[in-house]
Design a binder for this molecule. Sequence first.
Ligand SMILES: [Cu+2]
Length: 279
Amino acid sequence: MFDFSWNMLTYFPPGISTYSKALDDLFILVYWISVAIFLLVQITLVTFIFKYRTRPGHKSIYYHGNNVVEFIWTLAPTVLFAGLGLYSDEMWKVMKYSSRVPSPDVEIDVVGQAFNWHARYPGADGILGKRHARYRTAQNLFGIDPTDPKGKDDIVLTGEFNLPMNKNIVVHLSSVDVLHSYFLPNFRIKQDAVPGSWIDVWFNGTKAGKYELACAELCGSGHYAMRGVLNLQSDADFAVWMDAKNAAKKAVLAAEAANPQAAAPVPAAPVAAEHGSSH
Ligand SMILES: [Cu+2]
């Protein structure tokens, strides 16, 4: 059944990133300031409507301007907004400034594509191979450079991603078609994915579990279904998962090496030649 509450603060899913608490505190502060101003304005309005209603024997008074009142209602919002700006400034820098992205424990690429999320992991060598939009094809959404040996073992996944908890995760985010928005509600992350540019997003999740990844930018008819699962795990569980993915990739590479014609869906050399992208 639909679970309704007047208290919108209960609408939050549990925050589990290192900065989710600070962001929620800011939200709660703004919420209660808004409630206070709403009540003040509405109570004043109703009071004045009643107090100054038309009555026999009461004549209207007209006057122009009141410097004291105008000074107060100009100063009050200025102090309020400047104060909130200063209060939240450090938080914004920590979350969004590229200069403040911490050194990554795990680094992945993520691209949005109507209507899926894809991720690229560094593979067994722990290093993401070079990429460029000119190598991008339907089979190579990340534009992994076929001439870079470091990219050979990279692992591309769609829809479900595992990551370790209590680690700094840096996501290099982009899109292959239209604007999407990388939305991890439990981590308090929402970042536009922009075709043609790579934007860094970072987080550090403190509680294991499966969390929703959604697209928060209306991107087409399948937007509602553009979802994924982020599975945040202990180091040990993540290592097991990663090892299994690396082993599977190794088997695929071995099969390709044994039979290059049959295995490779698109040969490496023509890919580079035929796709000049404007990105
Ligand atoms: Cu989308």
